[in-house]
Design a protein around this ligand. Structure first.
Ligand code: ATP
Ligand code: MG
Length: 408
């Protein structure tokens, strides 16, 4: 089948008025940037929809890149023919023929006469197109209620659109349409999935990663950079802040309360992320916490750890099972990277029995006893290195304009 266009459906049903306008403009800009490698293709905009006119470009290759555009709900490859009865019947025939149906398939035609001057009303068109198809293709069996195959025909003045496939898109809210958040990105399975979920809700995400040279290797840091690159595929580019954490972490090992080390580390991570959020204009912190998964993710632990920041803590995975998280990680292409064996700074000093029920007063007392802790946090922020990643490159933060043109 030769397809002429792709029909793109935008937005959640509940979107109205001004919000819908903003939503649609943001998706349009994103779609434009991802189809740049297909120069012949052009875009037309309509309420709730976009059309990509293929002009000979490969529909499957374009659908592949569209799968990473949030705010896009589904895509249908469309054949276009003149708005004349014979042409519509002939194109519909060709459409069904190329599907090469083997088994009995329930079927209906849904015609919509958008152009009122077309001589046959919608109901009549259903019969005029449906009858010859039913007599030619023995596998087709009419079902009005819940057909496996619905051939849709939209009759417009400029031409008639014929399609039946509805391919699910990435869904969610468009890129960056709900503000900015800092993502605590480790090398594990969970936090990249949390980042994806946040981006899917329209958050612009900046990554924050804590590393502990020489206890963690360069490989561990590279692995995190690769994970962030995968995430950048959903936004075009992503910023990552690499925070030196060795000194802070080491100071906690000297307190003599080993069961609190993870709690103390997590609180310091949140404090640093909060400082970076202020600097970057982000309004929330996203983590990969999932309730009950490990000692630091029990409800009492989350409670004591969460108090280290006043920013909203978003935990997209909090109620999910591990296997559900792994499934998403596999789908979005982070799983294989995440299971590479390089150590994370948190696994290094993990005590034999980290507390599942830390006491806030004790934790605060320990922190107060470390006089130079605030200074160390400040210094870590100052020594933080920031780079911008795209799916295929690393760019110093002060050279952002170098990629601007490619993506936005
Ligand atoms: P993940 O798979 O995301 O590492 P996890 O189940 O291993 O999660 P933890 O190691 O307890 O859980 O970490 C909980 C959360 O704390 C992570 O999801 C991440 O958001 C954050 N975090 C942990 N270590 C780091 C790090 N080195 N840098 C940045 N964030 C981190
Ligand atoms: Mg981890």
């Amino acid at each position: 089948m030769k397809y002429d266009m792709l029909l793109l459906r935008l937005g959640e049903l509940t979107l109205k008025g001004k919000n819908r306008g903003r939503f649609e403009r943001t998706v349009l800009a994103h779609v434009k940037s991802v189809i740049r490698p297909f120069p012949a293709a052009t875009i037309q905009k309509e309420y709730g929809r976009l059309y990509i006119v293929l002009n000979g470009e490969d529909p499957n290759a374009i659908i592949k890149v569209l799968k990473k555009v949030f705010g896009l709900y589904s895509v249908s490859p469309v054949a276009v023919c003149p708005s004349e009865l014979d042409a519509i019947i002939e194109t519909s025939r060709a459409f069904i023929k190329q599907m090469d149906l083997k088994d009995e398939t329930t079927f209906k035609v849904t015609a919509r006469r958008v152009w009122k001057a077309f001589p046959h009303p919608s109901q009549e068109m259903n019969h005029l197109v449906g009858s010859p198809l039913l007599s030619e293709f023995g596998q087709l069996k009419v079902s009005m209620r819940n057909p496996e195959l619905e051939l849709r025909i939209e009759i417009r003045e400029s031409g008639t659109y014929i399609y039946c496939e509805v391919i699910p898109g990435a869904g969610g809210f468009p890129r960056g349409s709900n503000g900015k958040a800092m993502l605590l990105l480790s090398g594990g399975i969970d936090s990249p999935v949390a980042g994806y979920s946040a981006m899917r809700r329209g958050l612009e995400v900046e990554c924050v990663h804590f590393y502990s040279y020489p206890f963690t290797s360069r490989k561990a840091k590279e692995k995190v950079m690769e994970l962030a690159k995968v995430l950048s595929g959903y936004a075009g580019k992503i910023k990552i802040h690499l925070v030196p954490f060795t000194e802070i972490q080491t100071s906690f090992t000297q307190v003599g309360q080993d069961n609190l080390i993870i709690t103390l580390m997590r609180r310091s991570m949140l404090r640093i992320a909060t400082m970076l959020a202020e600097r970057e204009g982000a309004l929330a912190i996203v983590t990969g916490d999932s309730l009950g998964q490990v000692a630091s993710q029990t409800l009492p632990s989350m409670n004591v750890i969460g108090r280290a920041t006043e920013l909203p803590l978003l935990r997209p995975l909090v109620m999910m099972d591990k296997n559900e998280i792994v499934e998403i990680a596999q789908e979005i292409g982070t799983y294989e990277l995440s299971i590479l064996p390089y150590e994370d700074c948190c696994t290094l000093f993990v005590p034999k029995s980290p507390t599942t029920n830390p006491n806030l007063h004790v934790v605060e007392r320990v922190e107060a006893s470390l006089e130079n802790l605030p200074g160390m946090l400040e210094e870590a922020v100052q020594r933080t290195e920031t780079v911008i990643l795209t799916p295929s490159s690393v760019i110093a933060a002060d050279r952002e304009e170098a990629i601007e043109e490619d993506w936005f």
